[in-house]
Design a protein around this ligand. Structure first.
Ligand code: AHG
Ligand code: MN
Ligand code: MN
Length: 307
């Protein structure tokens, strides 16, 4: 029931994204969010939609969103609900106005005690404790991809009937580094280890990188989805502008790390497994290196050697 509510919310967001240009909801609201970033109108619409869909579910105690400073208790399950949902309502929002793929990312955790008032700390467990994670990607078709810890399944929205149809059962990463995804304009801000790895790939230093090609959309969810299908590595490392990384642990790194491990890959911050990191706050960030295990390990070795 919970998954079906989240999936329904993403169907509505998918419609809003598709109609955005017609409804005059493109562009920015003029506000900044808790991260200090400009908020787009669709960010708010997607946020409100997800919150509304989860608000009347008795099994959900509270939700936390990238767009809100603190978590929100639900009407139906604040005391009795067993689950806490974290989401990035619209990922890749800088791409909205250009009609480029964007998405929604979510995770589900079970809270330790039921019948008490939810505290922020209840959300701050390691990703290894998640019971489910997934995303919707609003691309040339809308897909819903999720795991409950028993593999990853992908569903494509059939717009004719408005239902998600199982199109990619048991998604597993192909063992090839097809796609190499990093924002290379940050090069001068990277550590020596990150530069060493990028140079290793660009030099095609090993046969593994002979046919690797650069792909970077700037919507994490779309970059992740493509790499999951073709194989490869996505990196948003720490750099001198974002020493703790840019991407958010709760709303982005944890759910995608659970998915990649379920698909046979790995996710680290360069040194530690993402799913082992305990977030320090709802909006904590982390460097993210995610994809095929062999490539994530190669990055880790060069960071260990060069810093
Ligand atoms: P969001 O739109 O939710 O704020 O996330 C944006 C993120 C992520 O989607 C993407 O991978 C990254 O920002 C791109 O950052 P750069 O523009 O710095 O490459
Ligand atoms: Mn995001
Ligand atoms: Mn977002």
């Amino acid at each position: 029931l919970l998954m079906s509510h989240i999936a329904t919310a993403t169907k509505v967001v998918s419609r809003m994204v598709a109609k955005a240009g017609l409804l005059n909801v493109l562009g920015k609201t003029g506000d900044t969010n808790v991260q200090g970033e400009q908020v787009t109108k669709l960010d708010i619409i997607a946020n409100d939609m997800l919150q509304a869909m989860l608000d009347d579910l008795p099994m959900v105690a509270a939700t936390a969103s990238e767009e809100d400073e603190s978590f929100v208790l639900t009407s139906a399950g604040a005391m009795t609900g067993r689950y806490l949902i974290a989401f990035d309502p619209l990922d890749g929002s800088s791409n909205i106005d250009a009609n480029v793929s964007i998405g929604t990312i979510f995770s589900v955790r079970r809270r330790a005690t039921v019948g008490t008032v939810v505290k922020e700390e209840d959300f701050l467990g390691p990703g290894s404790e998640l019971v489910a994670a997934g995303y919707a990607v609003y691309g040339s078709s809308t897909m819903f991809v999720y795991t409950t810890g028993q593999g990853v399944d992908g569903f494509t929205l059939d717009p004719g009937v408005g239902e998600f149809v199982l199109s990619r059962p048991n998604m597993t990463l192909p063992d090839t580094c097809c796609c190499f995804s990093i924002n290379q304009t940050n090069r001068n801000r990277w550590s020596a280890g990150t530069r060493a790895y990028v140079d290793h790939v660009l030099a095609r230093a090993t046969p593994r990188y002979a046919k690797t090609t650069g792909r970077y959309i700037g919507s994490l969810v779309a970059d992740f989805h493509r790499n999951l299908i073709y194989g490869g590595i996505f990196l948003y490392p720490s750099d001198s502008a974002s020493p703790g990384g840019k991407l958010r642990l709760l709303f982005e790194a944890q759910p995608l790390a659970m998915l990649i491990e379920q698909a046979g890959g790995s996710a680290t911050d360069g040194r530690r497994r993402i799913l082992d990191i305990v977030p320090e706050g709802l909006h904590a960030r982390a460097p993210l290196v995610i994809g095929n295990t062999e490539d994530v390990a190669c990055y880790g070795e060069l960071v260990a050697a060069h810093g």
